[in-house]
Structures are given as C-alpha cells and as structure tokens.
Design a protein around this ligand. Sequence first.
Ligand SMILES: Cc1cc2nc3c(=O)[nH]c(=O)nc-3n(C[C@H](O)[C@H](O)[C@H](O)COP(=O)(O)O)c2cc1C
Length: 323
Amino acid sequence: MLVLGLQGSPRKKGNTRFLLSAALKEAREKYGAHTQMIDVDAMNIVPCKEYIVCEKKGFCPIDDDMRTLVYPLLRRADIIIAASPVFFYNVTAQLKALIDRSQTLWARKYKLKLKDPGSGQRRGFLMSVGATRGKQLFDGIHLTATYFFDAVDAVYSGSLTYRDIESASDMAKHPTVDADIRGAVESLCAPLARRRKILFLGEQGACRSLVAGAYARKYAGDKLDVLAAGANPAAIPDKNAVAAMAQKGIDLAFHTPRAIGDALSEHPPDVIVIMGPDIPVPKATTAAVIKWDMPAVDGDSASAVQTACENIEHRIKEMVETL
Ligand SMILES: Cc1cc2nc3c(=O)[nH]c(=O)nc-3n(C[C@H](O)[C@H](O)[C@H](O)COP(=O)(O)O)c2cc1C
C-alpha cells in the first residue's frame, strides 16, 4: 500500500508539513504502509501552458518532474493526501501547478476514455490550515480537491481542516490533532491494509507482469495489494502491451517498470507469481511462490502481445475466483 503525500506549503517546518508528516508516520507505523512525501515547492513543476497536447495524445510535452516522478507516483498510489495552507482561499501556487498538470490524467480518462487499473480502490484525502476563521475558508480548496481527486481517479474520502492556524508551530499545539490524525488514517488505511500482498515478477517488468498487475488491480483491488516488477527492469512499459491494454480501455501509461528489490522493499509479499520459466525466484522470501508456465513474449509482435494479454486476463480471472 503506497500512501503519497503532496506537501504544498513552502515552509520547511510549518503547519502543513507537521500534519502530513504525522499522518504518513501513523500510516507507516500502524498499517505497514509505504509512504512518500513530495515537497512540491522543491520540485521542478512548470505550470500548465495549455498546449492541449494531452487532450489529443494523452501526454504532456513538458519534460519536468511531473513526467519523471509525479505521474508515475499518482498512478501507483493507493491513497493520495493533498496538503496545503490556504493562500487566498485556495491551495498554494506550487500545489496548484501540480494539480493543473494532472489535466493529462483527466484527458486520458475523459478524452481518451482510458481507465486506470487502480481507479476502483484509490482514495483521496485533504489536509488544510488557514489563519482566519471564516465560514467559507475552505470552500475553494474543497472544490479544487474534488476535481483533482476525480482527475487522478481517487475517491475523495475526507478532510482535516483547521482554522486560526498562523504561526509555524500552531498546528503542533492543537488539542485534538493527534486524535484527529489517528482517526483519519484509520479510516483511510485499515480497509486497504487487510488485503493480501501479491507480487507479479517478470523478466523486465514491462509486459507480462505489468499486464497481470493491472488485471489483478482491476478485478480484485479490494482483496489484493498488487505489486509488479522485473528481474532486469526495462526503462519503459512495452509499447505493444500499452497499446493492447488501451484497446481494452485499460491505461498502462506512467506505470514504469520496477526493479524487484525496489518492489520488495515496499512490502514483503504473501504470494509471488513468477511469470515465466526463466525468471529466478527471489532468495530468502517467505512468500508462497506460484509459477506460471508462460513463455517470454516477443514484444515486437503486436499480435503475440495481444494474445499474451488475453491469456493473462483469463488466468487472473481464474485466480480471483479462488480468493
Ligand atoms: C500568500 C499567503 C496567502 C494567505 N492567504 C490566506 C487566506 O486567504 N486565508 C487565511 O485564512 N490565511 C491565509 N494565509 C495564512 C496561512 O494560511 C497560514 O499562515 C498557515 O498556517 C500557513 O501554513 P504553513 O505553516 O503550513 O505554511 C496566507 C498566507 C500567505 C503567506
């Protein structure tokens, strides 16, 4: 389970960072989550230039940290926590730039009609603080969060917002903050932490394992916490696999192949599915190992990849029935 925190305040030791850090710590320590915080102010994220390439091609031509880091994490995350102080009744400009660039994911969903395999389970949560006490203080942020979470295929599952918070250390002195965070993290993490952890291991993590992971998330994301990886990971997903899955309406874009060590460090799996005969079983694993007799796929052959995808979908459906 990956909990991704988007820290929108430029303050290094401010209220927003305090809230988000505490939530991520609770998710790690109590629910075994893997957590990652993006300090948005430290990122190279160019504001949207309205090139509109994303609406036609599904990709943003701007080459910055959105492409290399943020889009892949938004796709992998089970829970996304967007955290920001109120700046003129909305999130900070830094976080807003990230949110605007998620238009690419909006376009893939609504223009290209592609569905992210994690969309059924992903949850979104908002944390915000403001110095004043007005009734409408968080109205703008709630609206922005509603449409951001929809674009990144996350169900908007709640918020913690605090008025009258101004100096950098105000939040830490708040009387109910610890209990508030415990309650929020429990409601977000507890249902997802119960899932069985499964790792699909392929040769390059770019075709068979990626497709199996996508179908497992699609058909059993409520029961399985899914990882996919490769023994010798490729840099990008197999383009024929991406195309074959897109024909089925499933979006594999930004699902960057992962190294086995990286995936195992996220959490030890209960089950490892070895996707082919030449792929070694990881050493010193306590997981149950299932070997699929599935030959390597000729990635250059669109029809071979398509057949493999159909075969994998069939096997995943069979597997899901036994859960
Ligand atoms: C540029 C700027 C704009 C702000 N706009 C608002 C506002 O519209 N309403 C409000 O209540 N507080 C506003 N604030 C105050 C911050 O929201 C408040 O100090 C908050 O605690 C800062 O959180 P942080 O420590 O996480 O950065 C603003 C602060 C700055 C610097």
